[in-house]
Each structure stands twice: as structure tokens, then as C-alpha cells.
Design a protein around this ligand. Structure first.
Ligand code: TMP
Length: 226
């Protein structure tokens, strides 16, 4: 989504000060297993913020810089089947460091609300938990590599394997091709991380797009009011 600051509608104007207080300069992540619908939900949430008149920047991790998109290509190309978990981990971290330097850091400093499609929570669940590198070790590396490790809020969109595979009706990339055992562990990794960390909320991502969008907004608005 392009950077934006639209005029809020009348209803939102009434709450503009509250909402600005809640979301200005905040870093919010939507994450979860492949097929959970997080890209669609991140877009809908960013559009909702936009309608409230809050300057928003929506990004995907890995990607959204020239370097990050090239790293993404290396990571996801199905023919790179021999890639080691450690290589994956370092490439995801490299793309993230670049995204921070070029886009996220400046946007947050500018008071924008930055909405991310995936972040470190994915590295914890995929490489740390499913790839058995260890979530603690992933976090230690992140602490050394990243300017900022944890978002203000992370929404984990939880979905079972059956629903997720039904939604992935296209050619699968290298990570998506890793098989059911791996992806079941990815799901457990996300749930484990959400149990362990502050600022994580799990949302049931089964159901249609609008239903899940409402569940996401309920959690976010409640979080903002705390
Ligand atoms: P995406 O298509 O949802 O943007 O994500 C690309 C793939 O990369 C997806 O299968 C999840 C995986 N991934 C990791 O394994 N580790 C990470 O740190 C991230 C951000 C994504």
C-alpha cells in the first residue's frame, strides 16, 4: 500500500485524537502459517487505519526494498531445495535489517503506523521451532542484528493445516513445499511464541475474509484502549 494521509470520515473525526494517540508511531505485525490470510488481513487493517486518517505504511517481510526482494527471490525459489536452515535464518534477518534501514526506521520516526506482513515471529516459528535451530537462539541473533526486535503488537492468525492448504491453490514456493509435518510445527511455534511473549494475540483465522477482519479489528481496538 502506498504511504497515505487521507481526510478521516465524520465518524472517525470524532475519535481522531484517541486513535492518533493509539496508533501514531506504532509498529504492528500480522503473522501466521502459510495460508492463514495475513497478507489480505494486513492490507485490510492498513486500509482501515488509512480511513481513520492515520498515516500508515504497509510492508512485507522479506521484501519491499530492492535488496530485500532479491533476497526473497533466493529464499523462495523452489530449485534452492538444498538451502540450510542457518542460511535461511541469516537471509531473512538480512532482508529485515535492510527493510528497517530504508523504510521502517524513517517511517516510525516520522510518526507513521507501520503495518508488517510477517516479522521476526516468522523466523522464530519457521527456522527456530520447525527448523529446530531454537527460538531463543533466533532471538539472540536478532538482538545483535536488528535495530528493533519486537513490535508494539503482533497478531498471530491461527489456522489448521487443512484450511491453510485449501487456501494455497497456486504453485507453492520453496518454504510452502516443506510438507505437512514441518508446517504443523510452524503453527505450534507461533502458538508457543504467543504464549511466551507480551504483546502477542492469537486470532482464529478460519472463516471468511470479513469475519477474520472483524476479529482482527476487535483485538486491535481493545489493545489500543488498554
Ligand atoms: P510470505 O509469502 O508469507 O511473504 O512468506 C514467505 C515465506 O517465507 C513463507 O513460507 C514463510 C517464510 N518465512 C520464514 O521461513 N522465515 C521468516 O523469517 C519469514 C519472514 C518468512
Amino acid at each position: 500500500m502506498a504511504e497515505s494521509r487521507r481526510q478521516p470520515d465524520r465518524k472517525s473525526r470524532l475519535h481522531k485524537t484517541d486513535l492518533e494517540y493509539k496508533f501514531v508511531g506504532k509498529f504492528i505485525v500480522l503473522d501466521g502459517p502459510d495460508g492463514c490470510g495475513k497478507s489480505t488481513q494486513a492490507r485490510l487493517f492498513a486500509e482501515w487505519l488509512d480511513r481513520q486518517g492515520i498515516a500508515t505504511l504497509q510492508l512485507r517481510d522479506p521484501g519491499d526494498t530492492v535488496i530485500g526482494e532479491q533476497i526473497r527471490g533466493i529464499l523462495l525459489r523452489p530449485e534452492h531445495v538444498v538451502m540450510d536452515t542457518r542460511t535461511e535464518l541469516l537471509l531473512y534477518m538480512a532482508a529485515r535489517a535492510q527493510l528497517w534501514a530504508e523504510k521502517m526506521g524513517p517511517a516510525l520516526a516520522d510518526g507513521k503506523c507501520v503495518v508488517l506482513d510477517r516479522w521476526l515471529s516468522s523466523t522464530c516459528a519457521y527456522q527456530g521451532y520447525a527448523g529446530e535451530f531454537g527460538m531463543d537462539k533466533v532471538i539472540r541473533i536478532a538482538e545483535d542484528c536488528l535495530e528493533r526486535v519486537w513490535p508494539d503488537l503482533t497478531i498471530i492468525l491461527d489456522v489448521n493445516l487443512e484450511t491453510a492448504s485449501r487456501r494455497l491453490k497456486r504453485e507453492l514456493d520453496r518454504m510452502e513445499q516443506k510438507g505437512d509435518g514441518y508446517h504443523e510445527k510452524v503453527r505450534q511455534g507461533f502458538l508457543e511464541l504467543a504464549r511466551l511473549r507480551e504483546g502477542f494475540f492469537v486470532v482464529d483465522a478460519s472463516g471468511d475474509i470479513e469475519t477474520v477482519h472483524k476479529r482482527v479489528l476487535d483485538v486491535i481496538v481493545q489493545w489500543g484502549s488498554a
